[in-house]
Design a protein around this ligand. Structure first.
Ligand SMILES: C[S@@+](CC[C@H](N)C(=O)[O-])C[C@H]1O[C@@H](n2cnc3c(N)ncnc32)[C@H](O)[C@@H]1O
Length: 267
């Protein structure tokens, strides 16, 4: 991949998907895309880029996104967020939410471990009362590959090891290839393809909680600032934003109030 080819691709990815492909990622990008070039019988990255740009079906760009994004995630990642959500945010929010309509968004959900964990907590928290509530979780990502995996809800037995054994028993059933999330929990999570770079968020109603963890680490400062402010607008007053442990929002970047590391609130 020549300098020019890398810069052309990086500029396209950044302006359309926010992800900042640093120079040190070049070998990784080249490696990941190599198979796509072979598959399409294309011999250079310039030709591949033209192919992506001229494809009106959206398939080529989706394949590119599937290769470029970093989707690493696991159950109970940054578990303190889930404890805060269960012990502080939920008990308090249920008192103020109107019409028993609790709206939670997992933005950049990858293969689904994060939104399913939220669904397990909600199920346990509400118990029998849950039938009276609409607590469905919106879970979005730009990678169609991870969304397919998430919707199937099948995980290796090894990946469940950090989940309480009660959850493993109640929320999973055995499948040929591992453990599958039970249908009643699957129905609680709505997976959709959505690009966080879209100028306007299309949601009719505001959220009470947004999780956007380990997504903005790939964005530059300005892109992150814009997104954080869109999250602010998309939240109800009193709503929470959870970001990744290695991420932070500086003062002056948005009107969010700092609650604790990587947890913010709209007053
Ligand atoms: C590292 S994973 C984080 C998964 C999970 N939130 C966690 O903390 O474990 C980051 C996810 O963000 C998604 N992503 C990156 N850019 C995005 C964008 N512009 N719009 C939506 N999702 C994006 C990637 O596809 C990837 O699945």
């Amino acid at each position: 991949m020549t300098d020019q080819e890398f810069h052309q691709l990086a500029a396209y990815i950044k302006s359309n998907y926010g992800n900042h492909l640093k120079e040190e990622k070049r070998a990784m990008v080249e490696g990941r895309l190599h198979g796509l070039l072979l598959k399409n019988g294309i011999s250079s990255f310039s030709e591949y880029f033209k192919h992506v740009m001229s494809d009106n079906t959206g398939e080529a760009v989706a394949e590119l996104i599937n290769k470029i994004t970093t989707n690493h995630t696991f159950f109970m990642r940054e578990a303190s967020h889930f404890f805060y959500f269960r012990d502080k945010a939920l008990p308090e929010l249920v008192k103020r939410v109107r019409n028993k309509d609790l709206r939670i968004w997992s933005a950049g959900c990858s293969t689904g471990e994060e939104p399913y964990t939220i669904a397990f907590i909600i199920d346990e928290f509400f118990g029998k009362e849950k039938a009276l509530w609409d607590t469905r979780i919106l879970a979005t990502d730009i990678s169609s590959r991870v969304l397919e995996h998430a919707a199937k809800g099948v995980y290796s037995d090894e990946s469940l090891k950090d989940l309480p054994s009660q959850w493993q028993l109640s929320y999973f059933k055995k499948s040929d290839t591992g453990s599958e999330v039970v249908d009643r929990i699957k129905r609680e999570v709505i997976f959709r393809k959505f690009n966080l770079m879209d100028k306007v968020f299309p949601f009719k109603r505001k959220f009470h909680i947004i999780f956007c963890r380990n997504v903005m680490i790939y964005f530059d400062r300005e892109t992150k600032k814009e997104l954080v402010n869109k999250f602010y607008d998309a939240l109800e007053h009193g709503g929470y934003l959870f970001i990744g442990h290695s991420e932070s929002i500086s003062r002056g970047e948005s009107p969010f109030r700092y609650v604790m590391p990587s947890v913010y609130r709209k007053e």
